[in-house]
Design a protein around this ligand. Structure first.
Ligand code: PLP
Length: 235
C-alpha cells in the first residue's frame, strides 16, 4: 500500500471515529481531498483508493489537473472538483467551465459572473458561501451580518445551486475557541436551512481541526496535509 493510500485510510477512520464520538452516522460527513500543489499522479493514487472528491485553490493549476485526469483512460468514474481558493473576476469563466463546486463565494458580483458563465449544457454550479467567522480583516469571506442577504441573492441565480456554507476559522490551539467558532457556524447553517431546506453542506474542518468540526455538525471536511503530506509552498 502506498503512503498516500495509508494516510487516506487513516483519515477515513479518523472521520468515522469522530462521527461515532459525536453520535453521528459517518455517512453524513464527506471527505474533500485538498490536492492543491500536489501533482495529478497523487490525485490518481487517491482515486484508485476510492476517493472521488478533490479540492483545488488555484485556477490554472486546478484545470491542468482536471484535464490530465479527464484524458486518463484508467479514470472511468466521475470525479467531483471543488474550487476552494480566493477567486478573481478575470478567472471566473474558467472556473464556471471546469469545476463542479465553488466553496469560496463571498460576494455577489463573482456569483453573478459564475452564473452567467456556467455553460448551459452543464448542471448548475454548486455553491457554498464562505463565511469569515474569526472576523480578521485579512481573511476572505462574508461577515455573519451579510451572509443572510448574500444567500438570498445567490439563491436567485439560475445557473447556481446554493448548497451551504464554508469557513476557515483562524488556526488555534485553544479547543474552546475552535468549538465556539464551529458551533456558531452550525447555528448559522441551521438558520439558513429554515429558508433553504435543500441546503446540505456545512463545509468546515481541515487536517488539524476535523474532529472538533465533526463534533459540531460538519458535513464536509477539507483535508490536504493529512492525506497528501506537507506542501512545498503556501496555499
Ligand atoms: C489548504 C486548504 C485546506 C486543507 O488544509 P490542510 O491543513 O492541509 O488539511 C482546506 N481548506 C481550504 C480552503 C484550504 O485552502
Amino acid at each position: 500500500m502506498s503512503t498516500l493510500t495509508k494516510q487516506l485510510t487513516k483519515v477515513l477512520s479518523q472521520i468515522e471515529q469522530a462521527a461515532t464520538a459525536a453520535h453521528r452516522d459517518k455517512h453524513e460527513i464527506k471527505l474533500l481531498a485538498v490536492s492543491k500543489t500536489k501533482p495529478a499522479e497523487q490525485i490518481k493514487l487517491a482515486y484508485v483508493a476510492g476517493q472521488r472528491r478533490f479540492g483545488e485553490n488555484y485556477v490554472q493549476e486546478g484545470i491542468e489537473k482536471i484535464q490530465a485526469l479527464r484524458q486518463d483512460a484508467e479514470i472511468t468514474q466521475p470525479i467531483e472538483w471543488h474550487f476552494i481558493g480566493p477567486l478573481q473576476s478575470n478567472k471566473s469563466k474558467l472556473v464556471a467551465e471546469h469545476f463542479d463546486w465553488v466553496q469560496s463565494i463571498d460576494r455577489l458580483k463573482i456569483a453573478q459572473r459564475l452564473s452567467n458563465q456556467r455553460p448551459a449544457e452543464l448542471p448548475p454550479l454548486n455553491i457554498c458561501l464562505q463565511v469569515n467567522i474569526s472576523g480578521e480583516a485579512s481573511k476572505s469571506g462574508t461577515t455573519l451580518s451579510q451572509v443572510i442577504e448574500l444567500a438570498s441573492q445567490v439563491s436567485e441565480l439560475p445557473q447556481l445551486k446554493l448548497r451551504g456554507i464554508m469557513a476557515i476559522p483562524a488556526p488555534s490551539d485553544d479547543v474552546n475557541e475552535l468549538n465556539n467558532s464551529f458551533a456558531q457556524l452550525h447555528r448559522l447553517y441551521l438558520q439558513l436551512q429554515q429558508t433553504y431546506p435543500d441546503m446540505d453542506t456545512l463545509s468546515m474542518g481541515m487536517s488539524d481541526d476535523m474532529n472538533v468540526a465533526i463534533a459540531n455538525g460538519s458535513t464536509m471536511v477539507r483535508v490536504g496535509t493529512a492525506i497528501f503530506g506537507a506542501r512545498d509552498y503556501q496555499g
